[in-house]
Design a protein around this ligand. Structure first.
Ligand code: ATP
Length: 267
């Protein structure tokens, strides 16, 4: 069987500094992951099972995947990521085994974050699939989640933009019972996201990202990322079209004008 888990977040390891906004979610995750790691003796003596499994939900592009990768890097945990549709496609007829294998792999890699992206595709409400495949996968998930203890050091995260499609049994206490909502960013959060995403970009001194944050109501983090990428491309084209293009040292700098124009076009 081909291994469909990824052991590091796409695009390399990031940390909390690479996340703009989402402070409530960040705090909730820190509390859940960092404290048990820092004080294992105290947590080891707590008789009640602690919540360590999270469902992140919210509109596409609002940072669900991004923040889990950041959490893994910030807390120095291994990161095992599985995309829901891949699990079903690659393992037709053996999907429950794949779920078992993934949880075993996570137990062996502990302390780690085990992340299921596009979770609705593998864990929909039971009783609607004629083949019975997803029903069996959901049953297997229930078994595995019931077997996980916080002290084993496997933190299970799942993400979906369609929580309404999930089988309700997965969200019962002791399973994916910590629900965290990633909404579209507020103006202040857009400013923070733009600051994070533009940190490594050549921005002209006149760029005013506060104005851009104000112009981008309803944009997700992914939209803001696309916006900066378009502005960068426009800067490249501008450089190519000017007389200086032969100068190899010249950078495609994003000016305030370019960024505003790109933003207006994207709205
Ligand atoms: P989907 O539901 O489509 O899987 P998602 O909510 O998981 O979307 P991400 O994949 O996390 O969204 O975000 C896409 C990209 O947008 C990220 O790789 C990152 O570059 C950027 N991004 C989104 N939110 C943030 C944020 N809060 N801070 C910094 N970058 C962000």
């Amino acid at each position: 069987m081909r291994d469909i888990t990824k052991s590091a977040p796409e695009g390399g390891r990031s940390g909390w500094d690479d996340v703009g906004g989402l402070s409530d979610i960040r705090n909730a995750i820190r509390e859940m992951i960092e404290l048990p790691s820092k004080f294992p003796n105290i947590f080891g003596q707590a008789p009640l099972r602690l919540r360590s499994n999270v469902l992140l939900y919210g509109p596409p592009g609002c940072g669900k995947t991004h923040i889990v990768g950041a959490a893994a890097a910030a807390c120095s945990l291994r990161f095992i990521s599985v995309k829901g549709p891949e699990l079903l496609n690659k393992y037709i007829g053996a999907s429950e085994q794949a779920v078992r294998d993934i949880f075993s792999k996570a137990a062996a890699a502990a302390p780690c974050i085990l992340f299921f992206d596009e979770f609705d595709s593998i864990a929909p409400k039971r009783g609607h699939d004629n083949t019975g495949v997803t029903d069996r996968v959901v049953n297997q998930f229930l078994t595995e989640l019931d077997g996980i203890e916080v002290l084993t050091g496997v933190f299970v995260f799942a993400a979906t933009s369609r929580p309404d499609l999930l089988d309700a049994a997965l969200l019962r206490p002791g399973r994916l019972d910590r629900l965290l909502f990633c909404d579209f960013p507020s103006r202040q959060e857009r400013l923070e996201i733009l600051a994070v995403l533009s940190r490594k970009l050549p921005l002209a001194n006149d760029v005013d990202i506060e104005t851009i944050a104000g112009m981008t109501e309803g944009f997700s983090g992914a939209d803001l990322q696309a916006l900066l990428s378009d502005a960068q491309l426009a800067a490249v084209h501008e450089l190519l079209s000017c007389a200086d293009m032969g100068n190899p040292g010249k950078m495609p700098v994003i000016t305030d004008d370019l960024l505003r124009t790109t933003t207006s076009e994207a709205r």
